[in-house]
Write a protein that binds this ligand. Structure first.
Ligand code: AQP
Length: 343
């Protein structure tokens, strides 16, 4: 592969992505992120990171952070990420993330970060009380990606703006320090039709770890009975299933359940609508529940097995951190040299 502008070889493709250890891993995290990680490992060298430094931008109880970190790792393994061919690790175990984030704090501009909608959403009306870390979160995300000169990042809708900022930071670093092409400008990897899983209690808000109602989400460690119960109780409207995609878009709760079915069955929404058009929600929910249990229950069982004796999980994290550091350390050495730090 050649970079046409300067005849230098293009950087080797490398994927970076992360999940926060903030508890309650759910179906949205699976369909929107982790399942795609499994597919990407067939094509790319991937780093999958449990981003504990990001997690502490909002308060995390120290006594549960370690358990949540192991839980995300267990989910990666249970979903089928291969820790031998890919790198699974936790962010705080590799110092390059925090080091490069500081450099990027000095490269990125306040105005750039001020435009980030996720900060506004997460800090809400209490911006003055939000941590500085929550504001600077996108700089750390840029560091996560660029500490490995990653070229591709699987992104959901909510992360697109942060990836654009990462590209701006890479470009500004390269320009400011007259180091053309030092950092690649990472590309988004959009995978198939966008999967944004919404709350089971309200089709207008996304399924989220922090939703106060456990019935709003299907957790990856819910057992078969709980999955079935949550789907049975999922909010719907009084009409039968929509007859067309156009109709579905006007009925958020119906649309969400159709989207979940389609994603789990790896079918298009259109096909699912055709299959169930005009049928009752009771019948549809039975089928959705069987499908969800078939896909998710084995993942939950494997996670429980791994969490019962987490030595293997800890070994995976330790080994991953060593291999991640081996990639990041020489890149950080170059960064320090380029900046002019005495070494
Ligand atoms: N509802 C969702 N549908 C599709 N994808 C989702 N993701 C999260 N929620 C949905 C994707 O999961 C990945 C990991 O997310 P994260 O751990 O970095 O945190 P998040 O995006 O903040 O996840 P939550 O569940 O929404 O947590 P809270 O409640 O803390 O805000 C990301 O790729 C994300 O897109």
């Amino acid at each position: 592969m050649e970079n046409k502008s300067n005849n230098r070889p293009a950087p080797a493709p490398r994927v970076f992505s992360g999940v926060q250890p903030t508890g309650n891993l759910h179906l949205g995290n699976y369909l929107g992120a982790i399942r795609n990680f499994v597919t990407l490992q067939e094509t790319y060298d991937c780093l999958y990171c449990v981003v504990d430094l990001h997690a502490i931008t909002v308060w995390q109880e120290p006594s549960v952070l370690a358990r949540h970190t192991r839980e995300v790792t267990a989910a990666f393994l249970a979903c089928g990420i291969d820790p031998k061919t890919q790198i699974i690790f936790n962010q705080s175990a590799v110092p390059a993330h925090a080091e490069l984030a500081w450099v990027f704090n000095c490269v990125a501009r306040m105005g750039w970060l001020g435009r980030m909608t996720q900060f506004k959403d997460k800090a809400g009306k209490h911006q003055q009380n939000a941590s500085v870390g929550l504001f600077a979160y996108p700089n750390l995300m840029a560091a996560d990606i660029l500490a490995y000169k990653s070229t591709h990042v699987p992104v959901g809708e909510d992360q697109k703006q942060h990836l654009e900022l990462c590209r701006d930071i890479a470009q500004k670093f390269n320009n400011d320090f007259d180091a053309p092409d030092f950092f690649p400008l990472p590309e988004p990897l959009i995978q198939g039709p966008a999967t944004r899983v919404m709350s089971l209690r309200d089709g207008a808000v996304k399924m989220s770890k922090s939703d106060k109602s456990d019935n709003a989400r299907i957790n990856l460690n819910d057992n078969a009975d709980l999955i079935a119960k949550k789907i049975r109780k999922a909010k719907t409207d009084p009409r039968p299933l929509p007859e067309s995609e156009e109709e579905a878009t006007t009925r958020p709760e119906a649309d969400n359940l159709i989207g979940i079915y389609a994603a789990l069955a790896r079918q298009s929404r259109g096909d699912v609508i055709q299959q169930f058009a005009g049928r009752s929600f009771a019948a549809f929910k039975n089928e959705l529940s069987d499908l969800a249990v078939a896909v998710l229950a084995p993942i939950g069982e494997e996670m429980s097995r791994l969490m019962a004796a987490p030595d293997h999980v800890d070994d995976v994290l330790r080994d991953g951190a060593l291999r991640a550091a081996a990639i990041a350390t020489p890149i950080m050495d170059d960064v320090k040299r380029i900046i002019g730090f005495v070494r």
